[in-house]
Design a protein around this ligand. Sequence first.
Ligand code: ADP
Ligand code: ZN
Ligand code: ZN
Length: 726
Amino acid sequence: MTTTLRIAVPTPLRRAFDYLPPAASPLPAPGCRVRVPFGRRTEIGVVLDHAPSALAPERLRPVLELLDSEPLLPADLLALLDWVATYYHHPIGEVMATALPVALRRGDPARPQRIQRYRLVPGISPEQGRRAPRQAALIARLAAAGDAGLAAAELTALEGAGWQGAMQRLVAREWVVVEAESVLRAAPGGEMGLHLTAEQATAVAAVVASLGRFGAFLLEGITGGGKTEVYLQAVAAALAAGQQALVLVPEIGLTPQLVERFRRRFAVPMAVLHSGLADGERATAWLAARAGEVPLVLGTRSAIFTPLPRLGLIVVDEEHDASFKQQEGLRYSARDVAVVRAHRAGVPILLGSATPSLESLHNSATGRYHHLRLSQRPGAARPPTLGLIDLRRQPLDEGLSAPLKASVERHLASGGQVLLFLNRRGFSPVLLCHECGWIGRCSRCDAHFTYHAAERRLRCHHCGAERPLPTHCPACGSVDLRPLGLGTERIEEALARHFPGVEAVRIDRDATRRKGSMERLLARIQAGEARILIGTQMLAKGHHFPLVTLVGILEADRGLFSADFRASERMAQLILQVAGRAGRAERPGEVLIQTHHPDHPLLATLVTEGYPAFAQAALAERQAAALPPYAHVALLRAEATQAGEPLGFLESVARLLPPEPEVQLWGPVPAPMERRGGRYRAQLLLQSTQRPQLQRYLDRWLPLVEGHEAGRRVRWSLDVDPVDLF
Ligand code: ADP
Ligand code: ZN
Ligand code: ZN
């Protein structure tokens, strides 16, 4: 028998492929990239291992080219990715491709590129750029960075994409010098750690005592309770021990403020991995981490796949956040993979949140995680008080009740800022003809068009379709078209009427689409010029608004009656995240929640007793209904342009294995929004109280699903531990 290479090739097929070693070179080690023929194409694959092949050598094709002389993927990462492929039942080749930075995935050499680093010429001040605000902002940033300067990647993290033009002009004027460097430079660092509160000290001590061995810690700390300080001091201990630390944050949580806090604290090279990085920058940071040159890695979801030879600690901030779960391709949860990685590496993991996921609370209750708490805000800031406004039979003025309007007035009069939260952008979710009842609907989705008043357009928020606002009803010709329901634009307009002369800013995806507009709006808020903030969940995380004293939640009811079993958990988390923006400074905050269901047990518990009591009640409901975390689920989704095909496919694959007592199959049923983007969608739910049983079932079942001929007419995907059932 000949020795062959088992190679992961990026294809949708759930297996590895055998190749002959390249003719003239040594046998490539596992983790090396190779170029291989695949069908009529060539692909970049990763060597998994060497094995004698049962196939005759003349039936095997040789590797075309060896791309790495030493493994690009170290053994521990390779093993972790193998676990990921097995657990999520995803093709190993696609898992490898997901884990590699794009540049390395397409075969670029594993050499760090030289990094562009910018430094301010001594004597230059923001004053000199005052006629060009963009340039002035860059000068201020570089001045703050001092001698260390800023790398291109750091500038992108701080300034967002698109700073290069202004920077080029600064370089041309010789106000800034740019140098190419091969490794990341140290951050300024040097800021002293705060004197910890007793609760913080307990939390830091617990994690630090676990350095060098596995331990999972759930840090449940109210917003403003000082979780970040706990992360900083735990990371400091790991760095002091010569280890590398990995900090994962949600998409929206990777704010300049957070990056700054780490940069000010640690005088070490730091890689910031986020979706705005250029391919070369990401690959360079990844390679530097792999070489052990970067002690601190801060990043969003995919940073969990960074190679770290001296990994000593993983921190996951806002561990409940849904953005840790990838929603397409490899549907992994970075938080869950992080726990597995910490376990395999024998290092502690710290999961922090003001509103932990029910999964993590359950793991704490069963003793798998150590539960740490921060129940008070350090310093003078008091947590806000929560209250409900009963909307039943109240006159509503564009969604604002009289008690809420009165509170807004009171807080404005006493000099506070007001934040109003509505998680729906646009003017109204529906446009209706008052004459005949016609409603603007997307032709490709089972959904209404949202009416956007500023741009005078109708838009589908599900597939992106849009069209100009009709001047008259397409069905009857009437001009009496009326917006139905509330969006942030409509609230903004209503407030301008109620509070003329009071500056309001709206923060949602529409208002912040243009480059720099988010920064401009935030600056109006920080300066206290804008008095009212209206926003979607973009406002809920990461930002601190010390002057906000009143938070109004305009609508809390949607989360109470959704088909999705996680909706109430998400609603509670979002309400508390938004509430946490209030009263961060000396002034106490007030949070008012408008609802038609003030007696709803979960909502009432949340308001009167807080999140821990809410979570207890929600967990009891989950247990009674045998839902996660008391059961384990996987969802097989299918979609096709032909109605009926997805359901037919799922019906036939549901019968591929004989029924098993431990694994229940529910459905198939049409997806809650059956048609989306022109495709019909259906889903089949698999459920078991025993994770291993569910996994074994999937092991046996998926190859059959894959081989099923009806699968050729649909697009299907498996989602293990889905976060939403849509
Ligand atoms: P969280 O991340 O839990 O919302 P932060 O870490 O942002 O809270 O802390 C909130 C505020 O409290 C910050 O301004 C922080 O500087 C301050 N803070 C945190 N820990 C302490 C401490 N031990 N002593 C004084 N101030 C603290
Ligand atoms: Zn009409
Ligand atoms: Zn649509």
